[in-house]
Design a protein. Structure first.
Length: 80
């Protein structure tokens, strides 16, 4: 998967350091956009799946008070 292309982004959040985190639904991944550009952090194979490092149409994300990321993983019907 080309790290510079998004495919159907569905959600975006900003962390405490000002980085943008984007749900890239069509590529089944979460990417961070910061001063160094776009960088995949979870689901980096670009393929859908049900393993702990994969998503199947993720659609939203949130941070807790510790900065941990939670992702709503649509077609897997789970929160990771």
């Amino acid at each position: 998967v080309d790290g510079s292309l998004l495919n159907g982004p569905t959600d975006i959040k900003v962390d405490a350091d000002g980085n943008l985190f984007i749900v890239d639904q069509g590529n089944h991944r979460i990417v961070r956009f910061g001063s160094n550009g776009l960088y995949c952090i979870i689901g980096c194979s670009g393929a859908n799946g049900a393993e702990s490092d994969q998503f199947n149409l993720p659609f939203a994300l949130a941070f807790d008070t510790y900065g941990d990321i939670f992702v709503l993983d649509g077609d897997n019907r789970r929160i990771q």
